[in-house]
Design a protein around this ligand. Structure first.
Ligand code: ZN
Length: 595
């Protein structure tokens, strides 16, 4: 039975390259999940892109003397390269500055507005007393009223993360000329979140027992204090407000949080338009059998378990004010919000400014993508905060990937290649042979059950148990000591190679590139699991503009089942699957970390 599965991956903010803490929260888990679901026969649509609006992008662009769009163009490209390098199998990784995204965001705004879930509110906005012109939020700085941090901005405090209004700042000053702004009445739009308290409450209650308990508990706690939330800002970088009298105002834009969460839908629409069937996205958003899984770090739970569902309920006309679905039709709510906890780096919080960081591209310049994917799967922040240490990375790489898995592959294939030049035929099987084969086959439903629940640590450990059993089987059967009994050696190696083939399949979601290698070493033809690529494409609605997307063809041969290996397939001597790391890398890497 094949299902449509939407994998909605959090949108990285385009103000710098990604570090391994970022990708351990949203990137690698979502890809493991998607690859497993495709192998199980489901129709996966995995979408995301760079989040490119908002004050921090504009502030950074001002600092560097470029436009916000130029800055976003640069980091969109850098981030796309990072994520492709990790083998993340997006069907579409796009961006929020496309004309398609603007149109979908404005449609959702209009649907909410028509159903009465958006209302205007007069607030106090800043103007420059010397020029009389509006001062956008980013040009106002002051002390945060909540945490008393000195450099808080007019819309947000980067220290405590709270949303602010410029008038709440203590001692506000203009960053342009240092003068104290004057506050005058200005109009903005608010999302009526309290109107969704009831529908959100019963929806979240229905997820008891399904979601990770930490996510559900956090989301239920938020319900106790739902306040109207500002949806627009005094800012010139963002999606214009699609109402008469508003759309042409240069200093009124939709708030970045509002446009970014709608990216899951707009990216699905863009993917469909590029596929040649503009309505294809509806299979994932309007089909009652489809399921949607959202992957993120825990700082994003509020947007995915509260605000995005509220927007969908409102667009569908299902909040306290009722209403009816907008022109796209009724849209599906998330089936599950899968949030990771935080990764720290050698006991400290990641910090780009203090150089307590390792960027994805630097990591990939020195180590295998699969080695990082493995670390994140078995030791990442799946259900609790965890610490990345270089010594643990070294130990897991050398002890588990090289000594356990790489060694099993290497010695099974090299013995068979050297003695028989091909996969040998099995003769009469002993009880030990049959038990080994049964152990390997039995792992498929068990590992599958863990992947289904996004328990990547358990899934990977179960697969490695099979590998450890197989190494033990070889040590006990000692095929290298049986030169006088080639028929028995054939059977042992046949069993070992079958288990290698099974383990390759079990590990494909976590280790796609090295599983492709094992597939080829065992004489498999064609692509096994498929890898992402970057394509330069034209904007669908803005002629002359092009940008890179991540996409790919992932319908390779990989299926979630044990496939009998074929005796007689020629085998060449294997190349090492993983590189053994020199213990001195630990000190080298620690020396690169700043204090
Ligand atoms: Zn603060």
């Amino acid at each position: 039975m094949s299902h449509h599965i939407l994998t909605a991956v959090a949108w990285p903010y385009a103000n710098g390259p990604r570090h391994i803490g970022h990708v351990s929260g949203f990137g690698v888990p979502s890809d493991i999940f998607s690859r497993y679901q495709r192998m199980a026969g489901n129709k996966v649509l995995m979408v995301s892109g760079t989040d490119e609006h908002g004050t921090p992008i504009q502030v950074q662009a001002d600092k560097e003397g470029v436009t916000a769009r130029e800055l976003a163009d640069r980091y969109n490209r850098v981030i796309a390269e990072d994520l492709r390098g990790l083998g993340l199998s997006y069907d579409l990784f796009t961006r929020t500055t496309t004309a398609n995204h603007y149109a979908v965001v404005q449609e959702i705004f209009k649907g909410l507005y028509d159903n009465g879930y958006i209302f205007p509110r007069t607030t106090m906005g800043a103007i420059s007393p010397s020029t009389g012109r509006t001062l956008p939020d980013r040009y106002i700085e002051g002390t945060c009223p909540i945490c008393h941090f000195d450099g808080a901005r007019g819309d947000q405090c980067d220290n405590c993360g709270n949303q602010l209004d410029p008038i709440q700042l203590i001692n506000p000053v203009s960053r342009i000329n240092g003068e104290t702004p004057v506050f005058v009445e200005t109009e903005h739009f608010m999302l009526d979140l309290p109107a969704f308290a009831e529908v959100l409450g019963s929806w979240l209650q229905s997820k008891q027992g399904e979601w990770r308990p930490n996510v559900l508990k956090f989301a239920l706690n938020l319900l106790g204090d739902l306040q109207p939330r500002a949806m627009s800002r005094d800012l010139d970088w963002g999606v214009p407000i699609p109402l008469d009298g508003w759309r042409d105002q240069p200093n009124k834009r939709l708030y970045v949080w509002f446009d970014a969460v709608i990216g899951y839908l707009s990216a699905s629409v863009e993917w469909a338009r590029r596929s040649g069937d503009p309505d294809a996205w509806r299979q994932w958003w309007q089909n009652p059998d489809a399921r949607g899984y959202y992957f993120m770090g825990k700082d994003n739970i509020v947007f995915h378990a509260e605000i995005w569902p509220a927007l969908l309920f409102g667009y569908n006309g299902q909040g306290a004010r009722d209403g009816r679905p907008g022109s796209l039709g009724e849209l599906s709510l998330p089936s599950e919000v899968v949030s990771s906890e935080f990764l720290t780096m050698e006991g400290r919080k990641f910090s780009s400014s203090r150089q307590v960081v390792i960027y994805v591209r630097d990591f990939l310049a020195r180590y295998d993508a699969d080695a990082l994917r493995y670390y994140i799967a078995v030791a990442g922040p799946e259900t609790q905060d965890t610490d990345f240490t270089w010594s643990e990375f070294l130990n897991r790489n050398n002890g588990e990937l090289v000594a356990a898995w790489g060694n099993l592959v290497n010695r099974s294939i090299s013995m068979a290649a050297k003695n028989f030049g091909a996969i040998p035929e099995a003769g009469d099987l002993t009880d030990a042979d049959r038990a080994m084969l049964e152990r390997s086959r039995a792992a498929f439903p068990r590992v599958a059950a863990e992947f289904e629940r996004s328990r990547f640590k358990n899934a990977t450990n179960e697969a490695f148990d099979v590998i450890r059993e197989a190494n033990k089987y070889l040590a006990e059967q000692e095929p290298w000591k049986r030169k006088d009994d080639p028929e028995r050696v054939k059977s042992i190696l046949h069993v070992a190679l079958q288990v290698v083939d099974d383990a390759k399949t079990l590990l494909t979601p976590v280790l796609p590139a090295s599983s492709d290698k094992v597939h080829a070493m065992l004489g498999g033809e064609g692509a096994w699991s498929g890898m992402p690529e970057i394509q330069e494409v034209e904007d669908l609605d803005e002629p002359g503009r092009s940008y890179p997307i991540i996409t790919g063809s992932y319908d390779g041969a990989a299926r979630w089942e044990s496939t009998p290996i074929r005796a007689g397939v020629p085998l060449a001597p294997p190349t090492p699957l993983f590189s053994k790391l020199d213990p001195k890398i630990v000190d080298e890497e620690l020396a690169r970390l700043g204090g």
